[in-house]
Design a protein around this ligand. Sequence first.
Ligand SMILES: [Zn+2]
Length: 295
Amino acid sequence: MDEGYPPPRPEESGLIRVLAPNPSPMTGAGTNSFVVGHGDVAVIDPGPAIPAHLDALLAAVAGRPVRAILVTHSHLDHSPAARHLADRLGGVEVLAFGSPDAGRSGTMRRLAGLGGGEGVDADFIPDRRLVTGDTVAGDGWTLRAHHTPGHMANHLSFEWMEARAVFTGDTVMGWASTMISPPDGDLGQFMASLDRLENLDARRFHPGHGPSVDDPGARCRDLRAHRLAREAAIFAALPDAPTIPALVARIYVDTPPALHPAAARNVLAHLVHLVETGRVRADPHPRPDARYVQM
Ligand SMILES: [Zn+2]
């Protein structure tokens, strides 16, 4: 169950990771679902609605009282099992930031024709909404919600106060940089969320995919540097490559062609942010088939 994942630190006693059987180019080894607590417990990100995974989660809970089912964000690899698990447990509350379009920035609400919407669990509705600062607690554990949009507008991260650990969902992953696909994804929000996560001064991140991160500050700085380098490369290439397909062909030379559609979504996210911050102009406006020029 925990192959390739480091054991919990002493302060994290009671933590169980259950890896969902949904490996793919976008999910790595699969989705990490977590059970937190000794006596009563919380479940974080029940994952995809795969019966074997649901059974594995129930086995990890082992009949203990479940205080809440927490969902980082409503993508199909994170949220669909929440309702099934709640039902199997006899009506435990599902807690999350909100419906799939909750938390969008003004820019993303304003721009039309962005496409996107990959992998959204469109029917997801939590029983109760959490905002930054809300806590869920049990015997010896406290989880505090932090709104961390960027990968998805309704993304929450959960800070485990006693362990100084953070469940970062897809905002910070353990194996790759995250997909940012407008209008759910927003690069400006993502950069602000990285700052917020770094400022929590955690000892460990538990991402939604990949192994845990033992130097959260360094990981946040690496991800920030990666995005800024990508942004600089896009900006510099614009005079010769004024469209998204041209930019992808030029910048993602080492990326397998199968991942170029995902790369194109990330490039669009960068271009929306460059337009939003006054460095690039889009004709007619930021969208997949627009032309872009430096200001
Ligand atoms: Zn996601």
